[in-house]
Ligand binder design. Structure first.
Ligand code: NAP
Length: 332
């Protein structure tokens, strides 16, 4: 049984990671920030989490990435063996609207948490959720650990800083600091303002006559979309490796937003061309045309490989939206 601390425990990845760690018998501690609502829907609906809280194997601690003293205090109290750092502002379009907050939470927040680990628990393994956005408009395809970083939005710039810090702390202080360079990964727990969740939700609602159309930005953008549960298994494999390093986690396939619409609406029995409208409001100031990851190093060295296909992912997202409209529970 290991003692694990997760920043971003209430997010998509944090909630799946928590369930996986609890299943493995670990004790999980999560950082949560002050908010006026105590509802943490992704954790509250997971039966494993409710049971673990009752057993004293899941603990939540107030902290914020902008508050070094809170991070220091939690790391000092918990004395984790592993920190998974998943928290931060991670929406690309919003990062243009909140560039300073994005730099502070995603960039400096990583520095503050790394410092807390270095000072309070230096033997602890530290994992950073980095992103394929660091490659910007990529200079090669597919993108691997050696592809040059060339960010084109404030979120990506903050993650480049965070990833460089992980490398510096690994080298300068000998910390077991590692990262996953994560390509887009989705699930029924994806934030509602991300394009895949918007599409899945709209397909379900339009099929029930609850909405009439879906407005989206660029349909031609192509992404390497995987399933969040598969990516979380990759994070655990990176942390369990012999040596700390940075690994791409990706499917190696690429699909357009239009492909996602076509498949999602088909799952709901609809033709997307009758309902999807392009709207300049949703177009980003600068967008990346295509991402496609090369995760062969993670496969070779860690034995990691995604298990869920693009079609399976789209179907489980739409099915989950339909189930929610019917008042049925799914395990997401
Ligand atoms: P998510 O669902 O948006 O969750 C973000 C988490 O960060 C939430 O728990 C949020 O808490 C927390 N958070 C945000 N700002 C914070 C702050 N100032 N202080 C403390 N906590 C804060 O993100 P995700 O999809 O699970 O992604 C997890 C990580 O992977 C992120 O770092 C993201 O950048 C990275 N990543 C994700 C993808 C992807 O496709 N999902 C791809 C590449 C990299 P609240 O619940 O209070 O908002």
């Amino acid at each position: 049984m290991a003692r694990i601390l997760i920043s971003g425990i209430t997010g998509q990845d944090g909630s799946y990671l928590t369930e996986a760690l609890l299943r493995a018998g670990d004790e999980v501690h999560g950082l949560v920030r002050q908010s006026s609502l105590l509802t943490r829907s992704r954790l509250d609906t997971a039966p494993a989490c409710a049971a673990a809280r009752a057993e004293g194997r899941l603990h939540l601690h107030y902290a914020d990435l902008s508050d070094s003293s809170s991070l220091q205090a939690v790391v000092r109290t918990v004395r984790p063996e592993v920190v998974y750092h998943l928290a931060g502002q991670s929406h690309v379009k919003i990062s243009f609207e909140l560039p300073e907050y994005t730099a502070d939470s995603t960039g400096l927040g990583t520095l503050r948490l790394l410092e807390a680990v270095r000072q309070q628990a230096p033997a602890c393994r530290f994992f950073l959720a980095a992103t394929s956005e660091i490659f910007g408009e990529p200079s090669e395809s597919p993108q691997s650990e050696t592809t040059p970083m060339a960010p084109v939005n404030p979120y990506a710039a903050a993650k480049v800083y965070a990833l460089n810090l992980v490398r510096i702390y690994r080298r300068a202080y000998g910390l077991f600091a590692c990262s996953g360079i994560l390509f887009n990964h989705e699930s029924p727990r994806r934030g509602e303002n991300y394009v895949t969740r918007k599409i899945a939700r709209a397909a379900a609602r339009i099929s029930r006559g609850l909405e009439k159309e879906l407005r989206l930005g660029t349909l031609s953008s192509r992404r390497d979309w995987g399933y969040a549960k598969d990516v979380v298994e990759g994070m655990r494999a990176i942390v369990a490796a012999q040596e700390p390093s940075d690994y791409v986690l990706a499917t190696g396939e690429t699909h357009s937003v239009e492909d996602f619409c076509r498949e999602a609406f088909a799952v709901a029995g609809l033709d997307y061309r009758e309902y999807v409208v392009t709207d300049p409001h949703f177009v980003r100031p600068v967008d990346i045309t295509e991402t496609r990851g090369d995760a062969s190093r993670a496969h070779r060295e860690l034995g990691w490989r995604p298990k869920t296909s693009f079609s399976e992912l789209v179907k489980l997202m739409v099915d989950s939206e339909v189930a929610a409209l019917d008042g049925r529970e799914t395990d997401g």
